[in-house]
Ligand binder design. Structure first.
Ligand SMILES: NC(=O)C1=CN([C@@H]2O[C@H](COP(=O)(O)OP(=O)(O)OC[C@H]3O[C@@H](n4cnc5c(N)ncnc54)[C@H](O)[C@@H]3O)[C@@H](O)[C@H]2O)[C@@H](O)CC1
Ligand SMILES: [K+]
Length: 481
């Protein structure tokens, strides 16, 4: 089962792997042709009713495959208004091939009696539908529903939302649906006979994080300050640089406000790094249980907390971590020494734990050299833990216990100290902006590795963690880095 949002990500990831949407459309059209052959006899009249998006493009491809039928392809709209290049190329191909075509711009021009088909392929709208069908689609849908002709819908019955199985207005009442790649959540509720067609999307497009995953970040263009998340970084003690790196990375990953809570001497040093971070120190030189109430207050209105960078592992500090997690019910990224505490704490918080393989073992998890085996082990571990886990490595493995993704960006230069702090900060910022912790962590791992690859292109194995944060914005764009 796949949501249409995830399907769009996977489609983009497939293209990045070299399998273009046009190739997928060819497979989709072929699958539609197969469904037609199962329901009609050679020589039968088959009417393709196409919208101007890629859903229509699928049926235009099918028309090419159905030579033994008496096909006619109707486009609802003028060819110049076809919305995608690949749908237009397929329209041009059938028009140039002298396959019968017609364009309909007004529903009054659409009369089923003119065609008298034995079967109709409904390709007006697929996953691109928003709201109720407009004209001429709505009237055409009503005419199809009123006629006594079998209808095969492409991907989803036009007008139906594939995620809910509901329509905002009139929708095509399909006899059969050929849907692509995976079943869609809403289709089971329909009376139609649903077939899932494999269209050749490589499983890597789902397993490996790719540029398509950036769609999870689609921002509201008119968002105002606060909408993209406020992040609190709790860290520092024996180490000063770690919380500063995490905080800077969180800013660069798009958080609107990043605050740092750290011991007073660390705060003084971080303030010297510049004006971007809001730093507040607490007394003493290590986190201790007496600080927890104040931290919980400060964390309460944050979108995400990043807990751990540079805290150290004093007994009192670990006790404070446990108390914080037990009392917190928001979202937190748990990193570094704080990780060893997480498995033993009962918490209502939604955690993203970011161990490297050594830290994973300390948490009670297992690891393996082969990434596939490691992915299985991490999935099981995350399921037992009840939280999202991001295990860093040559291939980063991210799982929430149900779904698992693998990030394969990054390079050996990134074993330098501090890159994990950057990743924790990016994860915090994305967890503040994206609904799914799995998606946030997966994208963070991918972007962090991309920033590292960009830094390695310049500095090779001499790259430093501080080279990464300023490269995060570019790594979070769907362009080459
Ligand atoms: N994602 C994938 O991997 C693939 C998708 N393919 C096909 O592409 C389809 C999605 O294509 P598109 O994204 O171009 O979208 P559609 O073809 O579903 O819709 C096209 C356009 O219709 C317009 N529209 C939206 N709501 C409307 C309404 N209520 N009334 C009238 N017009 C409306 C919009 O301008 C939209 O861009 C899928 O359903 C599937 O059939 C396949 O070609 C190949 C692979
Ligand atoms: K359709």
């Amino acid at each position: 089962m796949i949501s249409s949002e995830r399907m769009a990500m996977v489609d983009r990831n497939a293209a990045a792997l070299g399998v273009s949407t046009k190739q997928l459309m060819e497979s989709s059209g072929n699958a539609v042709a197969r469904a037609v052959r199962e329901r009609a006899d050679p020589g039968d009249g088959v009417l393709m009713v196409c919208g101007r998006g890629n859903n229509g493009g699928d049926a235009m491809v099918a028309a090419r495959f159905l030579d033994e039928f008496d096909t006619e392809t109707v486009l609802l709209g003028r060819p110049e208004t076809i919305r995608t290049d690949i749908a237009r190329e397929n329209w041009d191909a059938i028009a140039e091939s002298d396959l019968p075509t017609r364009t309909v711009t007004d529903s009054r021009e659409f009369d089923l009696d003119d065609h008298d088909p034995d079967l109709v392929v409904d390709a007006m709208l697929g996953t691109g539908v928003t709201g109720a069908l407009r004209e001429p689609e709505a009237t055409v849908a009503r005419r199809l529903n009123a006629a006594d002709v079998p209808v095969v819908s492409v991907d989803v019955p036009s007008g139906v939302d594939a995620d809910t199985g509901t329509a905002a207005g009139t929708a095509v009442d399909a006899d059969a649906v050929v849907t692509f790649h995976d079943d869609k959540p809403g289709l089971a509720d329909l009376a139609a006979d649903v077939t899932v067609a494999d269209i050749g999307i490589p499983s890597a497009a789902e397993t490996f994080v790719g540029p398509g995953d950036l769609l999870a970040l689609d921002r509201d263009a008119d968002s105002h300050k606060g909408d993209n998340g406020e992040v609190l970084v709790v860290g520092g003690g024996p180490y000063t640089g770690a919380p500063a790196l995490a905080a800077r990375a969180a800013l660069r990953a798009g958080a609107d406000l990043v605050r740092v809570a750290c011991p007073a001497p660390v705060a003084r040093e971080i303030q010297g790094y510049g004006p971007d971070l809001i730093v507040r120190g607490f007394d003493g030189d290590r986190l201790a249980p007496r600080h927890v109430d104040d931290l919980l207050d400060r964390a309460a209105d944050q979108d995400a907390v990043v807990f751990g960078p540079g805290l150290g592992s004093d007994d009192a500090t670990l006790e404070a971590v446990a108390e914080f997690l037990a009392g917190y019910d928001g979202r937190a990224v748990v990193d570094a020494d704080a990780l060893q505490v997480a498995p033993g704490v009962h918490t209502d918080a939604e955690l993203i734990c970011t161990p490297h393989q050594g830290e994973l073992r300390k948490m009670g998890g297992e690891t393996a050299a082969d990434w596939r085996e490691r992915a299985d082990l991490v999935t099981e571990f995350a399921s037992d833990l009840g939280h999202t886990v991001l295990v860093k490595g040559r291939y980063d493995v991210v799982s929430d216990g149900e779904e698992t993704r693998v990030g394969r960006t990054g390079n050996p230069g990134m074993t330098v100290g501090g890159t994990g702090d950057v990743l924790a900060g990016v994860t915090g910022a994305l967890a503040a902006q994206i609904g799914s912790t799995l998606q946030a962590a997966a994208l963070a791992a991918w972007a962090n590795g991309r920033a590292g690859d960009d830094a390695a292109a310049e500095y090779g194995n001499g790259l430093a963690a501080s080279d990464l944060p300023d490269r995060i914005p570019q790594a979070l764009r769907d362009e080459e880095v």
